[in-house]
Design a binder for this molecule. Structure first.
Ligand code: SF4
Ligand code: SF4
Ligand code: SF4
Length: 266
């Protein structure tokens, strides 16, 4: 069925941002066709907008927890976070952030107000923890025993950071400032000259996009899963006690000051 638009509807559509206009046109035409009509009016557009906002608000739960694909068998994973992900879900659900946000914003709570937590099972950080309110990254601590080295060269070949220091092909040490603790060198070393001593997490906070984007900052390091869970609980309590008008954690930290925030949560 060919769908036409009356002039008022066309005029209203032109006020929709250009990058979503085609999508909106298609959606409204589908809704009008489903109602058995072939002409779009301004009222149809307004009804479609109301339905869209309703669907968006129904999907809002006050928080989100995301994870990378590490638990699906990614060979780069240095931690196993499936339990931590589900424990974080429970913690955030109990914190009832939706009620907290509604107490400040009424019915205007949107997806972008939600507290976003994300986990990455290795420093490749595929789940973008740097732009989330709380980012959790798995890491592998490395130790060296140069006397075990047989100069196979595997570690140097796989290290993307040029952090391996060799002398005449033999391991000397690892440049700490360059190493991102991905653990790949320990996986390929055939002689335990490089090994992983611990697998744990670092925690970043305050990342966000939007009007004033900023990357999350390193808060702390070397935590096991239980310590991460406890810390997230403390941060959420701090957020609920101090956030105003649905501000993001990063904006809250900027307002109270980084040192004051750290003293409050660590
Ligand atoms: S962050 Fe690391 S473990 Fe997770 S999907 Fe990416 S590469 Fe794999
Ligand atoms: S842990 Fe990763 S970054 Fe560090 S030295 Fe080994 S391969 Fe390089
Ligand atoms: S992979 Fe191990 S044995 Fe081979 S060069 Fe590196 S440290 Fe030495």
């Amino acid at each position: 069925m060919k769908i036409t638009w009356d002039s008022e509807a066309e005029k209203t559509l032109r006020r929709v941002p250009f990058f979503v206009r085609t999508k909106v046109r298609k959606k409204v035409e589908e809704e009008v066709a489903a109602a058995g009509r072939n002409r779009v009016t301004k009222a149809d557009l307004e009804e479609s907008k109301r339905n869209h906002l309703k669907r968006l608000s129904e999907g809002v739960k006050g928080y989100s927890v995301e994870a990378c694909f590490g638990s699906s068998g990614c060979q780069n994973a240095v931690v196993t976070s499936a339990d931590l992900v589900s424990n974080l879900e429970s913690l955030l659900e109990k914190a009832d952030l939706l009620s907290f946000l509604r107490s400040q914003l009424g019915d205007h709570v949107k997806l972008h107000h939600q507290l976003r937590v994300t986990l990455a099972d290795c420093p490749n950080a595929c789940s973008q923890p740097q732009i989330k309110d709380i980012g959790i990254i798995g890491q592998a601590h490395i130790s060296c025993e140069p006397e075990e080295c047989t100069a196979c060269g595997e570690c140097e070949a796989v290290c993307q950071e040029s952090a391996i220091i060799l002398d005449d092909g033999l391991l000397v040490s690892i440049e700490e400032d360059l190493c991102v603790e991905c653990g790949v060198c320990a996986r390929v070393c055939p002689n335990s000259a490089i090994s992983t001593t611990a697998n744990d997490y670092r925690v970043l906070v305050g990342g966000k996009l939007g009007r004033h984007p900023q990357l999350a900052r390193d808060l702390t390091n070397g935590l096991d899963a239980e310590q991460v869970l406890n810390l997230v609980g403390v941060i959420v309590n701090f957020y609920k006690a101090n956030a105003k008008s649905g501000e993001r954690l990063g904006a809250l930290i900027n307002r109270v000051g980084w040192e004051e925030f750290k003293e409050s949560v660590l």
